[in-house]
Design a protein around this ligand. Sequence first.
Ligand code: ADP
Length: 160
Amino acid sequence: MRTAIYPGTFDPVTNGHIDIAERASKIFDHVIIAIATENYKNNLFTIGERIHLMKESVKHLNNVEVDSFAGLVADYARERGAQALIRGLRAVTDFEYEMQLATMNKHLNKKLDTLFLMTGNEYSFLSSSIIKQVAIVGGSVKGLVPNVVEENLRIKFNKS
Ligand code: ADP
């Protein structure tokens, strides 16, 4: 059984994340989307909300599970018996940080390999932060995030 972990903050999940999850689900037998519980990024959505939004957004993927984790992803991967970490790569700006992360995770868990999936062109400039910046001032994020996320952003920022 080939298991991969797709870790992240997902605050909130975007269609770029879903694109990566869909592609990973075709390569691996089991994909665990692991949402970091730590709030060091000053998240907009609580961990409960982020789990709910992600579960709703990947309902169509039978071999994808949604979970949360605290602490090191390298330890979580060991506990879950995963062989790989999935990360999405957008522009070159992602590369240096991701390289550092992958090297550190390899140091912490020798059995774990990081696999990078290139994002689809239409999502290469999409991030959770830009979605929040647009939504907070009432801009439309339709087509860039799952419908359930769009609705919840509207509720959060109380825009109609
Ligand atoms: P983190 O806090 O770990 O960076 P994110 O939720 O921002 O968590 O992102 C999780 C993963 O998804 C990262 O590998 C990131 O590069 C990737 N990712 C983010 N946005 C996109 C996108 N638009 N297309 C593809 N991958 C993305």
